[in-house]
Design a protein around this ligand. Structure first.
Ligand code: INI
Length: 155
């Protein structure tokens, strides 16, 4: 049996972060986490481009454009969707998730889902550098693993 696995050795290429300004106090922490995750694994800050969009619903369009440009090894999407009193949350979350998956499949590039979907601000802050870690850091690590895995596959 041959096993293929992506490791966390320093990857080749540039990385794009697409960050939603909505709930910016949370998303800034996700951006910091992603930058730190990339740096920790050998990606210098000058190999990272950061693009801000209004909200998570707008992430897929820009992620797809960046992924299809072939300038990046991976695109990391960062946002914080927090439940309100209406079902708006569901539409934004589902649009972002489906759009990001579509951007990845259409471009053939890792487009990583680093978007928090939480019941309240406290939950979100806990996952953006608080007691439950930093989802931005985790997204960066997932991106590196996927870049290295794609580089090793025989097809
Ligand atoms: N965008 C978010 O990123 N997080 C949210 O929690 C959120 N809520 O709750 O409304 C949100 N809405 C804005 C949305 O992403 C779009 O920017 C807007 O609908 C314009 O298309």
């Amino acid at each position: 049996m041959t096993t293929f696995d992506g490791d966390l050795t320093p990857p080749v290429g540039r990385f794009a972060l697409v960050a939603a300004r909505f709930n910016q106090v949370v998303v800034e922490q996700l951006v910091a986490g992603a930058r730190s995750g990339l740096k920790r694994h050998g990606v210098p800050d000058d190999a990272i481009d950061l693009v801000w969009v209004p909200g998570s619903f707008e992430i897929p369009l820009i992620a797809k454009r960046l992924a299809e440009s072939r300038r990046y090894a991976a695109v990391i999407c960062l946002g914080a969707i927090i439940k309100g009193e209406t079902d708006h949350y569901d539409f934004v979350a589902s649009g972002a998730a489906h759009g990001i998956a579509q951007a990845s499949l259409a471009s053939g590039l890792p487009v990583i889902f680093g978007i928090l979907t939480c019941d309240n601000l406290e939950q979100a802050l806990n996952r953006a550098g608080g007691k439950s870690g930093n989802k931005g850091y985790d997204a960066a690590v997932a991106a590196i693993e996927m870049v290295n895995l794609l580089g090793r596959l025989p097809c």
